[in-house]
Design a protein. Structure first.
Ligand SMILES: Nc1ncnc2c1ncn2[C@@H]1O[C@H](COP(=O)(O)OP(=O)(O)OP(=O)(O)O)[C@@H](O)[C@H]1O
Ligand SMILES: [Mg+2]
Lengths: 279, 271
């Protein structure tokens, strides 16, 4: 019994940490040399924003479908494993659908021609034609936007993304907070892992699980005070090197012909889609 | 310009008003000197170095830098602040604290960019510093994924690139391998020969003679109990023993027990 609970702690702890590390810190895809990875990050972010705005504005499901196909094509030529990509993006759909798409199916929210009528708990439900196409459009729109966003983030190195935000004059508070969070989550995972190892090395593997709980609780309290202390010192270290509240970033990105071509290509696509939807 | 860089008069400091860390320090440091600060754990070395770097300020007593009294409010003046940070650089004891950027390269460039150095100059300095410390292969890595010794080299590089007149280092050789330690010592000696003031805290008595022409010894009472030239101080076994810098170590050779003072070698601890 003792052994069992101990193993459980160990497995769940290490498992969670590994999962976190993998999903947050894996730069596996960003390091591959595919099409998107080699674009200038500034232009990549800009064009993806354009594409996402398109996806939000378009009201024709067929055109949305083309956009989505374009996204999958881009993923493919950027050496992204499509299975992984689909899994990672479709995960979001149930979440959104539950809140918005499913209610929209019904006549209360989308009045129109009845398609299916059924009774549940003596309440009459009517799924309307307009409701169904609206819901389909919605799902398609969400999946397209999410796919573009995910594709951009997995093909760009974390720090390049932060740098682009700074270059685009996103208020530095946001960028700093995002960057710091990222770093601290990593640091904390490291500290938890090391502390766990340290406990293990001092107590052996046979810790009673009650004791294990105490250690974990104590550790979390300790982590907070430690993070506070670290923050203060980190701030001092920044001061020491001349930080005055507004960090400077080095804009060393270089746009090449390929990047400009891609930008014009996306502008062309957007103009064409705009024309199609206005026709 | 005046040759005196730092002058501290009866300085007291305590953390949060209740943990005393400096209790009556009098120090004078001149341009071009090499200073070593030695003392047991918790005797106030790091606190003193941070005060010299203008990060914390005396609770009592006064500190003069470049002949002028230093106050916290001085740093509200952007020009003063920039000038001060350019002239004085500190390498922290805990490299984790000093490294907070996503890549090593950006971490090293953080200081020069904040201080408005020219891009050309920055690039040239970067190449130089990277060469000196042999960290070329690490530039694109994340600082938090490096070994402690590697982190320390990056921390040193990130201060060195600013090219300050006064270089303050808090245990720069702790956790470094012998060859790297050698490099760092040579680096400090070279920088000093080029006219820089070097202030180092250390537990490694072997290197004191090389990196210092004056030594401050901190006592457990968080005071400077002695200052003088390294030979004198290193020969004063009683003083070193009393202040936890060496301990008497006994062992046996072929049946005979004998005792001799034993110096702390690599003394290394992380926060
Ligand atoms: N952030 C802090 N909060 C409270 N007390 C502190 C803090 N930092 C240091 N102290 C206390 O101040 C005193 C001097 O600490 P300092 O870090 O200057 O010692 P040190 O000589 O550098 O020691 P070491 O050799 O271990 O680095 C110690 O008694 C310590 O407990
Ligand atoms: Mg210290």
């Amino acid at each position: 019994m003792k052994r069992h609970s101990n193993n459980f702690i160990e497995h769940s702890l290490i498992g969670t940490l590994d999962f976190l590390k993998e999903s947050l810190f894996a730069e596996e895809f960003a390091l591959k040399k595919g099409f998107l990875q080699l674009l200038d990050p500034r232009i990549k972010v800009l064009t993806f924003l354009l594409l996402i705005i398109q996806a939000v504005l378009i009201k024709n499901i067929l055109i949305l479908f083309y956009l989505y196909a374009l996204c999958l094509l881009l993923a493919a030529i950027s050496r992204i494993n499509l299975g992984f990509f689909l899994k990672r993006t479709w995960v979001f759909i149930p979440l959104f659908s539950l809140v918005i798409a499913i209610p929209a199916l019904f006549s209360i929210f989308s009045p129109g021609e009845a398609l299916v009528t059924f009774k549940l708990l003596s309440i009459k439900f009517v799924i309307t034609q307009q409701g169904l196409s609206g819901a389909a459009l919605f799902v398609m729109r969400v999946i397209t936007c999410v796919s573009f966003a995910v594709l951009m983030s997995i093909t760009t190195k974390h720090f390049e993304l932060l740098k682009v935000l700074r270059i685009f004059k996103v208020p530095q508070v946001f960028v700093m907070i995002a960057g710091m969070c990222y770093r601290y989550v990593y640091l904390f995972i490291g500290i938890i892992e090391n502390t766990y190892l340290a406990i293990k090395s001092r107590t052996g593997t046979r810790i009673h699980y009650k004791r294990g709980q105490q250690i974990v609780a104590w550790n979390i309290a300790y982590l907070w005070s430690r993070s506070y202390c670290l923050n203060e010192q980190v701030y001092q270290a920044m001061l020491s090197r001349g930080y005055t509240g507004e960090p400077e970033v080095l804009n060393d990105f270089r746009a090449r012909i390929k990047d400009w071509l891609w930008l014009f290509c996306v502008l062309g696509i957007c103009a064409f889609l705009f024309y199609l939807s206005r026709r | 310009m005046d040759s005196q860089i730092f002058e501290l008069r009866n300085v007291h400091f305590s953390y949060l008003g209740k943990f005393p860390a400096l209790c009556g320090i009098d120090v004078e440091i001149n341009r071009g000197e090499k200073i070593a600060v030695i003392g047991a754990n918790g005797s106030g070395k790091s606190t003193l170095l941070q005060m010299l770097d203008g990060l914390i300020f005396p609770g009592q007593g006064q500190i003069k830098v470049f002949g002028k009294e230093l106050k916290e409010s001085d740093f509200q003046d952007a020009d003063f602040s920039e000038n001060f940070r350019k002239k004085i650089g500190l390498v922290f004891q805990n490299p984790d604290v000093q490294l907070f950027c996503p890549t090593v390269r950006e971490d090293i460039l953080f200081g020069p960019l904040q201080l408005g150095m020219k891009k050309k100059e920055i690039e040239a300095r970067l190449e130089e510093v990277v060469g000196i410390l042999g960290i070329n292969g690490l530039l694109e890595r994340s600082p938090h994924q490096l070994s402690i010794g590697e982190k320390r080299k990056i921390a040193i590089a990130s201060t060195l690139i600013i090219n300050p007149d006064v270089l303050i280092l808090d245990e720069p050789t702790a956790g470094l391998d012998p060859l790297t330690t050698r490099h760092i010592i040579e680096l400090l000696i070279d920088e000093n020969a080029a006219g820089k003031t070097i202030i180092t805290s250390t537990h490694d008595l072997h290197i004191v003679e090389e990196i210092a022409d004056r030594v401050f010894v901190f006592s457990q009472e968080k005071k400077i109990i002695r200052s003088g030239n390294p030979c004198e101080i290193l020969d004063d076994i009683q003083l070193l023993e009393d202040n936890n810098l060496i301990h008497v170590h006994s062992h046996r050779h072929t049946g005979k027990t004998h005792t001799h003072p034993h110096q702390h070698l690599e003394h290394h601890h992380e926060g």
